[in-house]
Design a protein around this ligand. Structure first.
Ligand code: PMP
Length: 412
């Protein structure tokens, strides 16, 4: 009964997206922002390839040729999914964190970042200049402009959608601003790409990073896509086989990107799975996906906000859009207690803690963390009602198991 979870349960929405596990059955998954369950096209592709995985770029045997074709054609799937231009190259990495560390090793100058970023888009940057986000997007953008004007920077590194609040930044506008100030722009697309169409050519974004496991594919493969010149000029991110043109005892001639940064035997299955997810999502009608998620996220936010003591986390009063993330606290309860209650009593999976975004939580007055409910293609309105009812029950004190007191076990 839990093998697939078609998403046809929101009125006015006729999407049918088969997911493998993680849909709505006994367990209600509200942790898509951490990792999303696999699409069935993804598992089909992995099963198809599993008997043939072999070394890539090296063997003339049948399995090697199948693997090489799967690995190299995956770049085309990514290019189509994010609308690259001719100057941009797709490098396969392990995940978004890896992609951002790779780009950090290539940037020839200062990087301007906001203080709301996930640690993956905060810690890797050397020579970073941190801009404090304001309580409106408009004022935040004014601060970014002021920083970029004050002193030249090579890169503006921003998230496409906050992993804490789901709020979206206007990336095309930021790309235009960055370019006007002589900088390039990197978008951390970990949370944006599963929920919104991203087109690099149309938006002017120079670099984009994202992870397969948040894009309805399994762990282990991620992407850095972006302008070739910095990637070709930098030292290889990983030194080793596959990253070179020619090696002598005294000298090494490195290959250009992407091979330059992909030394070692690559994760062919992970990359093929990620590509299958890109193809499957590219084929979806995203207007319906967006409508589906907005209906559910709005109902969830409104339903929770009506409950005594619930506070929703928001960064901005004027965010142009928001992906399906609703993050909240409940007065008198620790986030870990709430998450444990939801799981044990209601079979609901959420994320609690500080979401690898400590500066953000400190600044908005939630240093103790919060609870994040995030949704995606397999979420239905029944899941949303179940979560609202569960929180209501907790606050009303009707729960059968007392999570009301801290016993020191919860460590966000
Ligand atoms: N950036 C954002 C906005 C994220 O939400 C995450 C994952 N929580 C990352 C970066 C890091 O992704 P990964 O763990 O796949 O490297």
């Amino acid at each position: 009964a839990c093998a697939t979870a078609p998403i046809a349960r929101v009125s006015g929405c006729d999407l049918q997206v088969p997911l493998v596990g993680g849909g709505t059955c006994v367990y209600a998954n509200f942790d898509y922002a951490a990792s999303a369950p696999a699409l069935s096209q993804v598992t089909d592709r992995v099963q198809e390839l599993l008997p043939f995985y072999a070394s890539v770029h090296r063997g003339a045997g049948y399995a090697s040729r199948v693997s090489t074709e799967a690995y190299e054609s995956a770049r085309g799937s990514v290019e189509r999914f994010v609308g690259t231009d001719a100057d941009q190259v797709v490098v396969f990495t392990r995940n978004t964190t890896d992609s951002l560390n790779l780009l950090a090793s290539c940037v020839p100058g200062d990087v301007v970042v906001l203080d709301i970023e996930h640690h993956a888009n905060f810690l890797p940057w050397k020579n970073s200049r941190v801009v404090e986000a304001a309580d409106t997007v408009a004022e935040t953008i004014r601060r970014i402009v002021a920083e970029l004007c004050a002193k030249p920077a090579a890169l503006l590194a921003v998230t496409g959608a906050s992993n804490v609040t789901g709020e979206v930044l206007p990336i095309a506008e930021l790309a235009e601003i960055a370019h006007r100030c002589g900088a390039r722009i990197l978008v951390d697309g970990a949370q944006l790409t599963p929920h919104r169409r991203v087109n690099l050519t149309e938006s002017g974004v120079d670099y984009l990073a994202f992870s397969g496991h948040k894009l309805y594919a399994p762990f282990g493969a991620g992407v850095l896509v972006g302008r070739r010149d910095w990637l070709d000029e930098a030292e290889p991110y990983l030194a080793g086989g596959g990253a070179v043109r020619e090696v002598t005892v005294d000298e090494t001639c490195w290959a250009p990107a992407p091979a330059r940064h992909e030394a070692g035997s690559p994760n062919v299955l992970g990359v093929a799975a990620l590509a299958a997810a890109c193809d499957a999502l590219a084929a979806l009608d995203f207007e319906k996906v967006v409508a589906h998620e907005q209906v559910l996220a709005t109902r969830l936010a409104e339903g929770l906000a009506e409950i005594d003591g619930v506070q929703l986390l928001r960064l901005w009063s004027d965010a142009p859009d928001s992906v399906g993330i609703v993050t909240f606290t409940i007065d008198g309860y620790e986030p870990g207690q709430i998450a444990a209650f939801l799981s044990a009593e209601h079979g609901i999976g959420v994320r609690d803690g500080r979401f690898c975004a400590h500066p953000l939580l400190n600044r908005i007055g939630h240093a103790g963390g919060a609870v994040r409910a995030s949704l995606g293609l397999g979420t239905g309105s029944d899941d949303v009602e179940r979560l609202i009812a569960a929180v209501r029950q907790l606050v009303a004190g009707e729960q059968t198991w007392n999570y009301g007191k801290t016993d020191g076990l919860w460590n966000p």
